[in-house]
Write a protein that binds this ligand. Structure first.
Ligand SMILES: [Fe+2]
Ligand SMILES: [Fe+2]
Length: 286
């Protein structure tokens, strides 16, 4: 394989502690760390977001975009929170945060595909949560974060990771072994390490590190299951993390849903795919 040949003489990956990974936007991290604190006041959220003017202006732009389509555009962060609600705002801020974290790498098609895959997973997770009894905000947030480990690998060795993404083919979980061989970590382990480094709530740890693990069919439906299915639905609706990804057929994915979700969720792939594409365009056009 071209990639194996190219990497034959590479030295092994350094230990995690020595990697120089760029910091995630502080504002988005602090918002995520507040995720479990119900006593946070709206003005505290607004003050936190406004403390970073560039971040705040991007939050406002997306809040006023077609993604949320408010009847009256918000002109301040506080107004945006009032219109969208504190919960939606957290997901929105994370979207802004991940986009800022990816920065210039978004210009590479392989990295752009990962960004779209994460966003598609988040939008699907949000819908699946809303037809069940799951927390929509945690579902959306977990969706945006679930493949964050891929960004770490892309930062560690950008050329090699892009090359792996464009040359690899097979089911989504098959890429993990090749990642371990080349980088020393797969993207699930790297993602888990980032969650720990960034001191994010531990509930994200299992979701990020186990999203490709085979599902226990007889266990109860959890947030990790919801993300596991949403990730594969993102592949199936036209937003795979890498072009050679073998997507699971939509009817098989529906079979995996609990009865209530299956009854209330989309039964046809086309309307869902169109809706996700439209929302992703709305975020990308701003
Ligand atoms: Fe993944
Ligand atoms: Fe994924």
């Amino acid at each position: 394989m071209l990639l194996d040949k190219k990497l034959k003489n590479e030295t092994p990956a350094p230990s995690w502690a020595y990697l120089r990974l760029p910091p995630f936007p502080q504002v988005a991290l602090q918002l995520l760390q507040m995720a479990n604190n119900e006593n946070v006041q709206l003005h505290q959220l607004s003050n936190l977001i406004s403390s970073d003017p560039a971040f705040a202006s991007e939050v406002l732009t997306i809040a006023n975009s077609l993604l949320y389509a408010p009847r009256f555009p918000a002109s301040s962060v506080l107004q945006a929170i009032a219109v969208l609600g504190a919960n939606n705002l957290q997901g929105l801020c994370l979207t802004v945060g991940v986009r800022a974290y990816m920065g210039k790498t978004l210009q590479q098609p392989a990295m752009r595909a990962i960004w779209r895959h994460n966003l598609a997973c988040a939008l699907i997770a949000d819908q699946l949560a809303s037809v069940g009894f799951m927390d929509r905000d945690i579902a959306y947030t977990s969706g945006v974060m679930h493949d964050i480990g891929r960004l770490a690998l892309a930062v560690i060795r950008p050329t090699e990771y892009s090359l792996l993404l464009v040359t690899h083919s097979g089911p989504p979980a098959n890429i993990l072994e090749t990642e371990r061989k080349i980088f020393g970590w797969d993207h699930c382990e790297a993602g888990r390490q980032l969650i720990i480094d960034w001191k994010l709530p531990s509930e994200f740890e299992a979701i990020v590190s186990e999203h490709h693990a085979p599902r226990q069919k007889d266990s109860s439906w959890s947030m990790a299951d919801l993300i596991n299915v949403s990730c594969r639905m993102a592949d199936t609706t036209g937003f795979p993390a890498f072009p050679g990804c073998e997507a699971t057929p939509f009817p098989d994915l529906l079979e995996e849903l609990p009865a209530r979700e299956r009854r209330l969720f989309h039964t046809e792939i086309e309307p869902l795919a169109q809706e996700i594409a439209r929302k992703i365009d709305a975020v990308e056009s701003v």
